[in-house]
Design a protein around this ligand. Structure first.
Ligand SMILES: N[C@@H](CCC(=O)N[C@@H](CS)C(=O)NCC(=O)O)C(=O)O
Length: 280
């Protein structure tokens, strides 16, 4: 969504936002406990979390729509329509309306396509988010930011042993400090211009204080306590079209209500209003 906004592709690529709270995708099959992404059902009954607790939550919110292409009830059905029966049923998905199938489900690949493959139709084709002269620095930073930060927060949150958590939080903390050091000497993570590496980093930092610090026990650092990282997030958040892509209420509803293992009753913490900090 962020890359789409920055490239000015709003009129070219439509989107459907799935509902924030994972539901059982085969509720009638007691042997199939998979829970995942659902499309909105404006005429449906209120729902609870995947183990039937918490809520009740509405079956649609303003901005969440039914699947306009295949009429699927959930994302699993889209994958099954594309021939993928097992595995994970993840978002984001780039969907080709003509062939009515999934083109890619890998975000790092999708943002590269949005950057370079739609320039004939883009409002801002001159913005290159993967410029030749910054490519090697982008690769270099992506290489440690992905495992220790983007995926690092998940490694902390879903650790199944103290040892696994200890390793993940140590690496995350060290990378957080490294980010601060780099961003105190240049405005963007790979140099003087915004790149896809910033987009990948920003979406994790945006969720950091509201979700990861509390829910995933990433509490050794916070963005709001780092003037450098807070300014970095502010700068990106204030770019044209970016704020419209962020719905912090749904981000929080998703995390806090989709993993009953971590939060059986789906209670959503009130604070800390990170978006307000970005707009001050
Ligand atoms: N490789 C994928 C991973 C995407 C991914 O893990 N998405 C999560 C949501 S942020 C998801 O849809 N998870 C569904 C599941 O784990 O069942 C990407 O980065 O695009």
């Amino acid at each position: 969504m962020l890359t789409r906004a920055i490239k000015g592709l709003e009129d070219v690529i439509s989107y459907t936002v799935v509902m924030p709270i994972w539901q059982r995708t085969r509720p009638d099959d007691p042997n199939d406990e998979h829970a995942g992404w659902y499309f909105a059902d404006p005429h449906g009954s209120p729902v609870r979390n995947a183990i039937g607790l918490g809520g009740p939550f509405p079956s649609s919110y303003p901005g969440n729509d039914p699947d306009p292409h295949l009429g699927a009830r959930n994302v699993r059905e889209l994958y099954e329509h594309a021939g993928q029966i097992g595995g994970k049923f993840t978002v984001p998905i780039l969907f080709d309306k003509e062939s009515r199938t999934i083109v890619s489900n890998e975000s790092s690949e999708i943002i590269q396509m949005l950057n370079s493959e739609f320039n004939d139709f883009a409002g801002c084709p001159e913005i290159d988010l993967q410029p030749e002269d910054l490519k090697s620095t982008m690769d270099e930073v992506d290489k440690w930011i992905y495992p220790t930060v983007n995926n690092g927060v998940y490694r902390c949150g879903f650790a199944k042993s103290q040892e696994a958590y200890d390793v993940a939080i140590r690496e995350l903390t060290a990378s957080f400090d490294r980010l601060e050091e780099i961003l105190s000497s240049r405005p963007y993570i790979a140099g003087d211009r915004l790149t896809l590496s910033d987009i990948r980093l920003f979406v994790t930092l945006l969720r950091f204080d509201e979700v990861y610090v509390v829910y995933f026990k990433c509490n050794t650092r916070s963005v709001s306590n780092s003037p450098t990282l807070l300014n970095y997030c502010r700068n990106i958040y204030r770019m044209k079209g970016v704020a419209e892509t962020v719905n912090m209420d749904q981000i929080k509803l998703h995390y806090y209500c989709s993993h009953p293992d971590l939060n059986k009753w789906s209670i959503v913490p009130r604070g800390p209003d990170f978006i307000r900090l970005l707009t001050l």
